[in-house]
Design a binder for this molecule. Structure first.
Ligand code: HAM
Length: 429
């Protein structure tokens, strides 16, 4: 036997039992976001590499190390599997003229993203996000409303109690530039205490030193100049409005000065919803404002804000919070059709009639013995079996056998079976 060719590291398969949970979560998100007037957008999985390189920041970890980039052998173009969807979404809205000058558009998306990170708990190379973007909205009311959207989704999924909201003010581009200069000068003065990687970061992306994983770097960063000291009156006022807007809607949050987000496009209010995962803090959802992004992509200036939720982490939280076991408890069908070898045609017709009546019907399409089919019916989790032996077929009848609970087996005319079964299933166990 040939060796099994396995999946790519950090990329998962989702089998039906797990997909059912994902569909439920996605359904809750579709319904929740629609209530806020957001419509679904679908953009390609592949984009031109330069789109991400410029917009996410040349010196971010994401662009430097994590993008799946390759040259299209057919035309030599450099393409990248999308590592996130804010940039493609804004590209699409600008390119399709939806977000023309002065126009506004609220959209959300659900789909896979790709980052070549080291796979570990809660971190994958293909993962999925549910995200929302409000293009053309200057905020901060739009930002507050998006936080409320998230809160509503957490409540509907029963996980609100597990999450904390952290917020920070990243100011405008000019304020960040002045803070950056102060940081460069501070870290240059202490570069002897830093390793080579951190020293390189001083010149490329000193902001990332502030949330470094290295304890020594973090200790030095403690006394580094704070962005807060470089913020002007206007951006402080915008952020204060965001915070008071949250307070007015009874959303509790904590200010975190080290919350810088990993991507370059952010300004003003940014936030993360975090939870505790076996003693480690993980971010479920990150977002914020990105007023400079549209102009950088090449469109006219357009304010915007949004967030994205990691689906794998969300599913884990939902399972934990509701003690829902994704591998169990999902019945394969409502009626399992068991048939004699000579009656496969009639059985298929019966299953079709049941489906036409809105019943989820299954049968073993690889005929086996009656006993083995009954075993499969039992294992399927279906509440009842419809049995079509040669006897039943000759009498144009079918036997209905309840598989769970106390009900008695009975026979019924084939043309009445669908209606009877529907009534039985609708009236519950
Ligand atoms: P992000 O913080 O890079 O933001 O990702 C958002 C969420 O996606 C994270 O909080 C996490 O739950 C999930 N996530 C990220 N990387 C991985 C991974 N390797 N494995 C599993 N889950 C992961 C963004 O992507 C921004 N586009 C969010 C945004 C939208 N900002 C404004 N609009």
């Amino acid at each position: 036997m040939a060796d099994l060719i396995r999946s790519v590291r950090g990329m998962n398969d989702f089998l039906p039992a797990q997909s059912a949970l994902w569909r439920r979560i996605e359904g809750a998100a579709h319904a929740c976001f629609a209530r806020y007037g957001y419509g679904e957008i679908r953009t390609p999985i592949l984009e031109r590499t330069e789109l991400f390189r410029r917009q996410l920041g040349e010196h971010t970890d994401l662009v430097e190390k994590e993008m799946y980039t390759f040259v299209d052998a057919l035309n030599g173009e450099s393409l990248t599997l999308r590592p996130e969807a804010t940039v493609p979404t804004m590209r699409a809205l600008l390119e399709r003229g939806v977000a023309a000058r002065g126009k506004k558009q609220r959209v959300y998306y659900v789909g896979p993203m790709f980052r070549h990170e080291r796979p570990q708990q809660g971190r994958y190379r293909q993962f999925h996000q549910i995200g929302a973007e409000a293009a053309g909205y200057a905020g901060p009311l739009a930002d507050v409303e998006q936080v409320l959207m998230c809160r509503r989704l957490w409540e509907e999924l029963g996980i609100a109690g597990k999450l904390r909201l952290k917020v920070n003010n990243l100011g405008d581009a000019e304020e960040r530039r002045s803070h950056r200069e102060a940081l460069v000068s501070y870290f240059r003065d202490r570069q002897d205490e830093l390793d080579e990687g951190a020293r390189r970061r001083i010149e490329t992306n000193p902001l990332r030193l502030l949330d470094s994983k290295d304890a020594q770097v973090r200790a030095i960063a403690e006394d580094a100049p704070k962005l807060e000291e470089h913020l002007g009156e206007e951006s402080r006022a915008i952020f204060a409005e965001f915070e008071s807007g949250l307070a007015r809607q009874s959303v509790a949050c904590e200010r975190s000065h080290t919350l810088v987000r990993g991507l370059d496009y952010y300004c003003y209010a940014v936030y993360e919803w975090v939870f505790d995962a076996r003693g480690k803090e993980l971010t479920l959802c990150g977002g914020g404002r990105y007023d400079g992004l549209a102009g950088q992509i090449g469109g006219h200036p357009l304010p915007g804000c949004g967030f994205a939720i990691g689906m794998e982490r969300l599913a884990e939280l939902v399972v934990r919070a509701t003690e829902e076991e994704p591998e169990q408890g999902v019945a394969e069908c409502e009626v399992f059709v068991v048939y004699g070898k000579a009656c496969s045609g009639e059985a298929l017709a019966l299953a079709e009639a049941l489906r036409s009546a809105g019943i989820c019907a299954a049968m073993d399409t690889d005929p086996s013995s009656f006993k083995s089919m009954m075993r499969k019916a039992d294992a399927s989790g279906a509440p009842c079996a419809a049995i079509l032996g040669e006897d039943e077929a000759a009498a144009k009848e079918v036997s209905v056998k309840p598989l769970r609970g106390q009900g008695e087996q009975f026979r019924i005319a084939q043309d009445k079976a669908a209606q009877k079964l529907k009534e039985m299933l609708d009236s519950g166990p």
